[in-house]
Design a protein around this ligand. Structure first.
Ligand SMILES: [Zn+2]
Length: 306
């Protein structure tokens, strides 16, 4: 009696387990069918730097999967892609370049590996500054002129880049057109609001000069009528004469803050800071949370200029 009952219970459990397994299988099949019917795999997109990753994600949403080449803390001026990144590029459908140096030497190799990948240059239609513009040093006619690629520090230029990103994503994935357009409109509105906030921060200010270690803020300065003075010259430490001239100028113009980046050694910035009795503020033009971090930079700059 007890045996029979135990046997019946066991066979009942087995039957229930089988039913659950069948149910699971059916559900999985359904889920799979449903997924493949509604969501295509995301577009695989590569970008050079983190702010651009954010821009593409703002426009592409769930329809894109974005990877940045230059990882947090790395310096885009000296960066070289890793073999693993280069291998991953062969799976990618789009690449948004912005002008960081490695693109120059790597683009042909990248194109060769993946001829189907579309490469979009986000500098298109933007008039580029020379990297040496508004430098403090004299006698620079021997200097090799390179173009300043830090175009994203001006939010109005980001609106132009966002439109290019929307168009490229739409060409690659026409089914997402409406979504890309709606996301672009929202992002552009955020950028216009950011621009208006920053503009009002610097309205009616007398002292419009600021001192940085690495000149990443040329387009920002241009947009808001400010002047960036850089310690670094064309990626190199300044010589003694330039440094002395710089210190003398900072004293004369009553500058008490130096903006430095973690991607660079802060030792030279500290040396200048010591000479002019200034504080060093760390800023990050390569931050992934673009809108919040640009506003934060503008606020600390405004504070330094009072
Ligand atoms: Zn830079």
């Amino acid at each position: 009696m007890t045996m029979l009952s135990a046997g019946a219970a066991a066979s009942h459990r087995r039957a229930r387990a089988a039913a659950v397994r069948l149910c699971c299988l059916g559900y999985c099949l359904l889920a799979l069918l449903f997924t493949t019917a509604t969501a295509a795999p995301p577009l695989r997109v590569f970008v050079s730097i983190l702010p651009v990753k954010t821009f593409v994600e703002r426009i592409g949403g769930d329809r894109v999967q974005v990877t940045a080449m230059v990882q947090p803390g790395s310096n885009p001026h000296t960066y070289e892609p890793t073999p693993r990144q280069v291998a991953a590029l062969s799976e990618s459908e789009l690449y948004f370049r912005i002008g960081v140096p490695f693109e120059q030497s790597w683009m042909d190799r990248i194109r060769g590996m993946n001829p189907d990948m579309k490469i979009i240059d986000l500098r298109t239609g933007i008039s580029l500054r020379n990297m040496g513009d508004h430098h403090h040093h004299a006698g620079s006619d021997q200097e090799q002129v390179s173009k300043d690629f830090h175009i994203w520090t001006n939010p109005r230029l980001v609106i132009a880049m966002a439109a290019q990103i929307r168009d490229a994503l739409t060409r690659a994935d026409p089914a997402g057109a409406a979504e890309y357009e709606a996301n672009y409109q929202t992002f552009a509105a955020d950028l216009r609001a950011l621009d208006a906030k920053i503009r009002s921060l610097f309205a009616g200010l007398d002292n419009r000069r600021f001192l940085v270690f690495h000149p990443a803020w040329g387009y920002f300065a241009e947009a808001y009528g400010l002047e960036q003075i850089a310690i670094e010259v064309e990626g190199k430490q300044p010589g003694a004469a330039t440094l002395a001239h710089l210190i003398e100028r900072a004293k004369r113009e009553d500058i008490h803050t130096i903006f430095a980046q973690r991607q660079y050694s802060t030792a030279p910035a500290m040396a200048v800071a010591h000479a002019i009795d200034a504080r060093v503020v760390q800023v990050d033009p390569l931050a992934e949370n673009y809108v919040a971090s640009l506003l934060q930079f503008a606020r600390s700059l405004r504070e330094a200029m009072q």
